[in-house]
Design a protein around this ligand. Sequence first.
Ligand code: AMP
Length: 633
Amino acid sequence: MPSYRDFHRRSIEDPEAFWREEAKRIHWETPFDTVLDRSNPPFARWFVGGRTNLCHNAVDRHLADRPQQNALIYVSTETGIERRYTYTELHAEINRMAAAMRSLGVKRGDRVLIYLPMIPEAVFAMLACARLGAIHSVVFGGFAAPNLAARIDDAQPVLIVTADAGARGGKVIDYTPLVDEALARATHKPPHVLLIDRQLAPERLNASYLIDYEPLREQFFDAHVPCEWLESSEPSYVLYTSGTTGRPKGVQRDVGGYAVALAASMEYIFEGRPGDTMFTASDIGWVVGHSYIIYAPLLAGLTTVMYEGTPVRPDGGVWWRLVEQHRINLMFTAPTAIRVLKKQDPALLKQSDLSSLRTLFLAGEPLDEPTASWIGDALGKPVVDNYWQTETGWPMLAIQRGVEVLPPKLGSPGMPVYGYDLTLRNEDTGEPCAPGEKGVITLGYPLPPGCMATVWHDDARFVDTYWSSVPNQHVYSTFDWGVQDEGGYVTILGRTDDVINIAGHRLGTREIEEALSSHAAVAEVAVVGVTDALKGQVALAFVVLRDAGGYATDDARSKLEADLVKTVDRQLGAIARPARVHVVAMLPKTRSGKLLRRAIAALAEGRDPGDLPTIEDPVALQQVREALDTPRG
Ligand code: AMP
């Protein structure tokens, strides 16, 4: 195994040589002529001139060596359905889906918006897009219609793929009315919506634009659709993520760089070997799902397990039984799921044979020490915290399992991963921080392969948002605070912007504020994230009413709170729901009118709000204190 420091140094000092070698992991239909084009910073193009295809590398390439190996094992504890697809079967299903999409006019460069629950057809649809050279944009199934509409207008898809319904915790969620509402709201109107009918929805909509997939699948049962050979830098997908503004950003990924980066990460970070089985409990709507349910395990010839359901239904032993039953070697989820499991009977963990499991990976939010210690002790296996974001596509910080395995440090996701020139910088000067000094986590140019290439159709936003926020430096900002110790271990200290993380789901407080502002009773609103024992963070909302007199009684206030919460559900989805909505007479602001969100969050967490900038009216802070002390009506 390479030494950690040498390996990392080589990747930074000579990225061309480093990544030229790694590029051999994938098939290039046409070899690239240049490893890295740095002519237009901060943009970087990897493997210029090379032509390849993600679907070919994830599926077709394995048909020779592992045709009968399971590629995908699907388990739904919501419907009781379990299905297995060998690489050969997966290939056939993708071809059927690709032929169906092609018959609906989808071609290279077109966008296809995928709004699906965790069903195998989601994998077929994403890989069918990759096969056709179409750009998929998966929207998390928990998002509501206005969210979906905003993404339809931004991505301008030629096709939407959806299902009749999703299911979570035994509750069926009708999708077609949501899609219908989104289409009514959106300016862009894609001609078709392809529908996977799971026969779950009690009242499926029957609109003329809805096209059932099943007859098309029959029609194209024996279809073979050739892979489009794409230039390495052509877009593979757009995945929207939250930022400081209410307008989500489309993170655009390339083809060749992503394939190489993920294939390499399977060896060096995850130590996943061809033939292994990996269970990533996330959702296809998030980046972890894109990279480690779908692309990386398949690129590296593993079997991937896709799961629909919660970790505690029918009981808290369900995931561990899956490990035993499918001889799972690698598991990947978010700390929230482990905090949920920690509340279950510990005997449930002991009832399954976990001998196949080598490592548990956790990412997406801070891993607190008690949770890390509990699960580490309970499993007796390494627990690997890894830090990254939608923008990077694969881990920036980790204790890498396939490079010299450094000793872990509780509370830290570890050291910078190869390819990432990661530096903590002083917020005011941009200078590198001394060990122990808090700073912004930044990345030097160029970002390694697999990271975001740009913001979808908005290069200026990519430059302005990510590369212009650290003073005096042309570096990429992660918008995370961190601190690095003498030994190089980095600890994450939270976001520098107004982004919060609820149960591993990233949400902009601006988005929640905009949803609440749309309610007629609301004049002003502030949303902050506060620490929560289970979800990591929850949102708290403080609203100023237009006509406070109209809601004077406790009863009227409770009704209003419930109504406001419902508004957020409708606009953004239940994941964004504030834990509480407090009514206040005014919000604390600076003299220049900026909301003092950090001070509000500090009060809500029982901390001292610290030195405040010149505050407009100190009474406002007192109001927040009193609201927090008022018990729920
Ligand atoms: P997302 O883009 O939704 O994956 O969210 C990325 C953000 O989640 C990061 O910018 C961090 O704020 C946070 N995050 C992700 N992984 C970790 C981790 N291992 N430890 C602490 N925070 C994390």
